[in-house]
Write a protein that binds this ligand. Structure first.
Ligand code: AHG
Ligand code: MN
Ligand code: MN
Ligand code: MN
Length: 315
């Protein structure tokens, strides 16, 4: 009670959103997303005592075993977003079909989300995350992602952290940029898949390991954590296509696009490598179904360029 620090100037996410937009509907949507993130964080934090570890018993539309927390966090997001009045369509990793918000509650936005990324890490307390992308609906008919527009473009990458004692996301870093020159030499991929990789990926990873100052390998297995580290420390994250999965594993709408957008905004690069016969920027992909996958090669320009040059040399 004797604490005299003024909270009226705290750089919270709520205050940031209010300052950045005069669009009330967008602000309401971001408040709903913020609330869903807090509720998901609370559910993950008490997973042990609430018996929320383990499998839910179902398989989702892209073939993953659903964990109880995948299901619970998905329900939290659907509840928050369908009732906020700002969304008309939701696309979730955990739902085969898009969810159409009833007319009386529908708004202007479409949200694609991965409610819990890295769910294979839950039971051993390794970090997980949530990924979402907000698109403005430009047509009353549901179509492919080309008809959707990303909001907040050009405002850079901002870092907020949840202060549990305050229950607010506090702005801790503005306009985050990847480290100069590419930062630490780190490569991040599931090397257990390497026998199925194409020649270029095999070769560049071998080069990184064989150089005078070899790259360090770091792989959490939660894309959110691996990309977060890549932005803050440097290096590269890859989930390439391979002989078993021609499109890779990660899903375009709620894993590839949002992470690529953040990476480019932070001054890095986001590519699919050689995909469907050509080198492609990830954000140029035009998905034709909601759970479509694409190869992901994202990180500092130094390392992404090295991958692209390897493709140019080896095909
Ligand atoms: P999710 O838990 O949302 O299904 O995503 C899993 C993704 C991503 O988080 C991670 O980088 C990757 O799958 C890990 O895959 P592997 O276990 O094949 O390495
Ligand atoms: Mn999953
Ligand atoms: Mn995921
Ligand atoms: Mn997920």
């Amino acid at each position: 009670a004797s604490d005299s620090v003024s909270v009226s100037q705290f750089p919270t996410l709520t205050r940031y959103v209010m300052a950045k937009t005069h669009d009330n509907e967008l602000a309401i949507l971001l408040m709903a997303l913020q609330l869903a993130c807090k509720a998901t964080s609370r559910a993950c934090n008490k997973a042990g005592i609430a018996m929320l570890f383990g499998l839910a018993g179902e398989v989702n539309s892209t073939g993953d075993d659903q964990k109880k927390l995948d299901v619970l966090s998905n329900e939290i997001f659907i509840d928050a977003l369908t009732n906020c009045g700002a969304c008309s369509i939701l696309v979730s990793e955990e739902n085969e079909e898009p969810i159409f918000v009833p007319q009386d509650k529908a708004g202007r936005f479409v949200v694609a989300f991965d409610p819990l990324d890295g769910s294979s890490n839950i039971d051993c307390n390794v970090s997980t995350g949530t990924i979402f992308a907000v698109y403005e609906k430009t047509s009353d008919k549901y179509g492919a992602a080309t008809e959707l527009v990303i909001t907040f473009k050009g405002h850079g990458v901002h870092r907020f952290t949840l202060d549990p004692s305050l229950g607010e996301f506090v702005h801790i870093q503005a306009h985050i940029k990847m480290p100069e020159g590419g930062g630490k030499k780190i490569y991040s991929c599931n090397e257990g898949n390497s026998r199925n990789w194409d020649a270029a990926i095999k070769s560049i990873v071998a080069k990184w390991k064989d150089s005078d100052k070899p790259y360090a390998a770091r792989y959490v297995g939660s894309m959110v954590s691996d990309v977060h580290r890549t932005i803050l420390y440097g290096g590269i994250y890859l989930y390439p296509a391979d002989a078993k999965s021609a499109q890779g594993k990660l899903r375009v709408l709620y894993e590839g696009f949002p992470m690529a957008f953040i990476m480019e905004q932070a001054g890095g690069s986001a590519s699919c490598g050689l995909f469907k016969g050509k080198l492609q920027r990830l954000l140029d992909i035009v998905p034709t179904s909601i759970h479509e996958k694409c190869p992901v090669v994202i990180g500092c320009n130094r390392d992404v360029e090295a991958v692209l040059n390897e493709y140019k040399a080896l095909g």
